[in-house]
Structures are given as C-alpha cells and as structure tokens.
Write a protein that binds this ligand. Structure first.
Ligand code: NAI
Length: 339
C-alpha cells in the first residue's frame, strides 16, 4: 500500500512527539516534510527525523505536490489559518487542539472544511484514544452508571514544565488556562454526556508563580459547568503539580460512579523503602498519553486510506472552544456566563 506522505508544522514540545510517531509508529505514514521558523528545529528534522524537505514558510510547504496530509502542531493562534490553507491546497489536515482561539475565525474555518468534503479533517483530542478512557466510555454507553449526573475533571501540568510554559506563553498566545488545558476536559464532558454546556462560572488564583501574572496566565483555575439537561461538570486545571502530571476524571451516575486515574500512576510498580510505600506517578503528557498520540495518528491516516471522516471534527473544536472562552470570560468578569 502507498504510504501517506505527511508534512508537519511545529516541532516544539508536542511537535517532536507527533513527528517521531509519524516516523516510526504509524505504519501507513511517512514523515516527508517539516516546517518551522526555527532553523535548529529544521536541522533536527533532517538529522533526527530523516525528513527529506524542510520549509520555513508554511504556505510553501502546503504547495508541495508530493504531500498528502498536514499535521498542525504550531501555536494555537495559527491553527485556523493553517487548516484553511492546507485544505485549499488539497491536503488532508490533522490539527492539534484547540481548533482556534476566536469563534469567528473557527466558524470561517468550518465553512472552508465543508467546502472540501473529500479531504479529511481531524482534531487532536487524543484522550478519546486512550485505552482507559475508551474503556470508561464503553461502560457509560452500556448504561453501567445509569444516567450521568456529574463529571469532575482534573488536568494539572507538572511544576517542572513551568519555565518552558512561560516561554511558550510569552512567545505565543496559549488562549489561557481554560483553552489550553481544560479544553481536553471540556471535550471529555461533551463526549461522555453527549450534551452541550449551557452555563459556566470560573474562578482562579496565582500563588506560587508570580511570573504567570506577567504573561497573563493562570496557575490554578476551577470552573462549574451546567449542561443542557442539568448534568454538572467540575473542572480543575493548573500548572503547578509537584508530583507530576495529574489527569483524573470522575463520572457519577444514578447507578454508580467511576474514576479514571484517580492516582495518576506511572505503572503498576509500588516501591517500599525509607520513604514509605511509594507509587511513581506519570510525569508529563508525552508519557501519560504516549499510546493515545500514536492511536490518534493511526486513526487519521486510516481515515484517509479508507475514505472515512474522523469522528472528532470541527464542531467538537468549536463547541469546546466556546466553553473554554466562556470560562475565561467568567473568570475575568467574575460572573456566570451563559453560552
Ligand atoms: P511549542 O511552543 O513548544 O512549539 C511550537 C512550534 O511551532 C515550534 O516548533 C515553533 O517553532 C513553531 N512555530 C512557531 N511559529 C510558527 C509559524 N509562524 N509557522 C510555523 N511554525 C511555527 O508548543 P507546543 O507545546 O508544542 O504546542 C503546540 C500546539 O500543540 C499548541 O496548539 C498546543 O495547544 C498543542 N498541544 C497539545 C497537547 C495535547 O495534549 N494534545 C499538549 C501540548 C501542546
């Protein structure tokens, strides 16, 4: 079978993870091109990833007729324009979350996506490809929990990533804590419940890292969500987790409840030593969702090869971003926001 030739834009924290997966772990893809304004990243692409062609200008890359598909892993504010350009030049497009940071631009992007129904578009909500989340979803869909009443989500990045985050946030707009971090949890709330969010109230606090004030970012934020059928959501997001990378989800229903990663365990090893009984924890997103990133890339390539539209689409991007931006507005105005 002819392999799908992929060009990647962005080779930062996550871009390198996707690039290595496309190179080694996605059997039906070949990583053919890379684009970045940073020359060292392009050297890395040639030397460490074996990429044949590199570009500093995205528009030049999408014009490359050798390419079938684009992987967008650039700063969030660039996603919409890059999705549109990729599609207009005949490519299938995978974009990292969030789909965009501005609702008008997202709606314009959806119109462009709809103009190219034969090309595939997929958004990177990789948790839906994590085997634990998939198992939980099957239980919920089979009615094991009864009717869902509440979904509680924690998404807290490791404190040790803070320095690189301040650099990331200083160099480009992350969209803020809710659009950058909670967006995954918002997607999970929508995915598990099948409902849209109607009201949000968000609060936040910066305490340990005052440098976040300087880049207009929040250290810890929380939000309460009300869904269309009165199901509740509670989101906790943060950037100051000292034990590693804490992603935890709880679902409460009329017949029972379940938790996914209530302790964010690294593996099944328990160490007993002078510190007591110690369970190592997952340290960062590439580690925790290593297989999910591979699974989602395989799914995107398979959708191209089998001519199917991916299940995670631009509407998921639009709706989750609406909720994230409503949380930001609620926090900034200190009031309940109706969506
Ligand atoms: P980063 O700042 O580490 O990397 C950004 C990359 O984009 C760099 O390679 C930079 O050179 C490149 N870039 C900057 N301006 C560009 C331009 N004009 N044209 C082309 N390339 C450009 O950022 P990071 O953390 O890798 O995030 C990238 C995207 O991935 C963001 O949208 C973020 O929200 C998303 N992300 C998703 C995660 C997930 O769990 N699914 C985890 C981390 C990030």
């Amino acid at each position: 079978m002819e392999k799908i030739k992929v060009g990647i834009v962005g080779l930062g924290r996550l871009g390198k993870v996707h690039a290595h997966n496309l190179k080694d772990k996605v059997a039906n893809a070949t990583l053919y091109a890379a684009c970045s304004p940073v020359l060292e990243e392009l050297e890395y692409a040639k030397n460490d990833l074996g990429v044949q062609v590199t570009y500093t200008d995205y528009e030049e890359m999408v014009k490359d007729e050798q390419l079938d598909a684009i992987f967008i892993v650039s700063p969030s504010g660039l996603h919409c324009s890059q999705i549109q350009l990729g599609l207009k030049h005949g490519k299938h497009v995978f974009s990292e979350k969030p789909i965009g940071l501005n609702i008008e631009e997202i709606n314009e992007t959806i119109q462009v996506i709809n103009q190219y129904p034969n090309q595939k578009f997929m958004l990177g909500f990789m948790r839906r490809f994590d085997t634990d989340y998939m198992y939980a979803k099957e239980l919920v869909d089979n009615g094991e929990l009864g009717e869902l009443t509440l979904v509680r989500c924690y998404g807290i990045d490791p404190s040790e990533g803070l320095e690189s985050f301040v650099k990331f946030a200083g160099a480009s707009n992350s969209g803020g804590l809710f659009a950058d971090m909670s967006i995954h949890d918002i997607d999970l709330v929508r995915w598990f419940t099948g409902q849209e969010v109607s009201k949000v109230w968000a609060i936040g606090k910066n305490a340990a890292y005052k440098e976040l004030d300087e880049v207009g970012e929040l250290e810890t934020g929380a939000a309460m969500l009300q869904l269309a059928d009165n199901t509740m959501g509670i989101l906790v997001a943060g950037r100051n987790c000292h034990h590693g990378y804490h992603v935890e989800t709880e679902l409460i229903g009329t017949k029972g409840m379940l938790r996914i990663a209530q302790v964010p365990e690294k593996n099944l090893v328990t160490i007993m030593n002078e510190h007591g009984v110690v369970r190592p924890t997952s340290q960062n997103f590439p580690e925790r969702f290593s297989q999910a990133f591979i699974n989602e890339a395989n799914e995107f390539i398979d959708c191209i090869l089998t001519d199917r539209q991916p299940s995670i689409n631009a509407i998921d991007g639009l709706e989750s971003t609406k909720v994230a931006l409503a949380c930001k507005e609620s926090y900034e105005k200190n009031q309940l926001v109706t969506i």
